[in-house]
Ligand binder design. Sequence first.
Ligand code: F6R
Length: 642
Amino acid sequence: MKNQTLTKTSIKHQPSGQFEETRFEKIHNIVFANSVNGSICVAQEIADLIKSKQVKNELCILGLATGSSPIKVYEELVRMHNEEGLSFKNVVTFNLDEYYPMDKSSVHSYYYFMHQHLFNHIDIDPENINIPSGTISTEELHQYCIDYDLKIKEYGGLDFQLLGIGRTGHIGFNEPGSHYNSGTRSITLDHLTRVDAATSFLGIDKVPKKAITMGIGTVKKAKRIILLAWGHNKASIVKKTIEGDITPDVPASYLQEHNNVTFILNDEASQELTRIKTPWLVGPCIWSDQLISKAIVWLCDLTKKSILKLTDKDYNDNGMSSLLVQEGSAYDINIKMFNKLQHTITGWPGGKPDADDSSRPERANPHKKRVLIFSPHPDDDVISMGGTFDRLVEQGHEVHIAYQTSGNIAVSDHEALKYAEVIKDMTPNDAEIDLVIKGLNSKKGDIEDVIEVRKLKGLIRKRESFAATRFLGVPDKNVHFLNLPFYETGTIKKNPISKVDIDIVADLISETKPHQIYAAGDLADPHGTHKVCLDAIFAALEKLKPNGYMDDCWVWLYRGAWHEWDIDQIDMAVPMSPDQVLRKRRAIFYHQSQKDGVMFQGNDTREFWVRAEERNNETAVKYHQLGLADYAALEAFKRYYY
Ligand code: F6R
């Protein structure tokens, strides 16, 4: 059952691997359209459990997780407490893990996390909260862990365990190699886990190397287990866990042996499951145009053939005979697919004047379009669509750029100090710059910057942006810095999107009245700035839709620095010559504060310009392998219909 807001009873565990559509799967799982719907259902199940225990005058023993995955479940539980009177008086909690060593008061501690997201907002008795202590001495640690398990046992075991999953396949911090009957213990964190935590710790060096975690054995004894996984970057480990063999290399795979576990996924996290990625291998499917494209790209990859070389046998041998029945012969399907892909390619992203546009991605008219490019951070425009941006300006369109956030937290302190000292040398009596220098020099640890420092960091990014937009030929008056308020917290954690953010975006659209909008379509990123920026645009489009001028506005989504559209999702592919690739590189280079060991590198060690070039080249290579022309690079876009 896919893409639905399921009712509370429908997330009940069912045996998996017994039916045609799940025969590859060994763990019951439900896919939701988004993480909010999924989280609400999970919170409802927890609330029902708490209430059923209340009726019987019993304690409800919950095992809880931290990390980004359960945040919305906790939000919903807090809402139920505030608005529906859900009480936690009969609840006892045991958290899965804590970094070691780690002080309770640190913003990085799981103690802090749990209080910030849940415990401070509900009526749980503080005595009933159990979180492994990150300050226990090494001598006491062994016994402490044994006692943690014993305490759970004394309460009669966990009634319910909430889990997330790490990209290593860890549950709790049971990293690869963990034994299936392990108890609570101290462990060494996997490098990948530390890389994933590096952003919130502001650098991998600051991520602790060890942790205390409940064991696999402890978790597996829970009467009911729900594991949450959201987002594209969980898709591959989710597939290994659900479909692969039970192995210590993927500790979460031990859950295959539990008889009451459900994985709650969103669309992106489910993408690698066989029944979703290649449904034709599982059973009969409805061949939509989108599915046909997806299947053909997959078949070409599997057979190492270009589209026009695929034969009836290739289709038949690989679960696609029903497509042959529907569409005729391989020859017919191949030609249709080849033309479809061919028609995505255009050197005229703003439409080709005076040309037949019936099979082009963009309209020919009006010849000169007003174009509004939204860039979540001040460099996403050039990183993700620098070549297309360049062509749009060169082809005479009125191009506007809107930088949605200041991007100030991504400027390092030493970069800011360099600028501050130059300003100080030029204007020794400037009181504000004294505050900046003082703020930077007295900063200890990863506390948030004082307002003057944030201002300077934002200005550095602003000036870098102007350098790039001027290089590409955009007049300064067409460059808009929106400084959306949701971003301005001075820390990684941002405020929720508000009406003010949406209005700022909507006002710019209604002032500009664009024929084309470009936006970063990182739909897979569940919490990040790109997703919030996109939500602000979608909300603004919804608001402006009744205005007549919006009928003439097409929206194109590019992908940010992190990943690219799949070939079958691409509606417009803009080629770049080797020279244009170099121009794009230069435009990215103007964003100097984001070069050479940047603060928010993510889990990809390549610099942004390298990622962009390699990705655009990969798209070009894929098109070529499918039998289309051989370009140096292609930028890809998907049209968004609102
Ligand atoms: C947290 C925990 C971890 C996380 C996992 C996923 O208490 O034990 O196993 O659940 O690392 O983290 P997120 O949810 O941040 O992707």
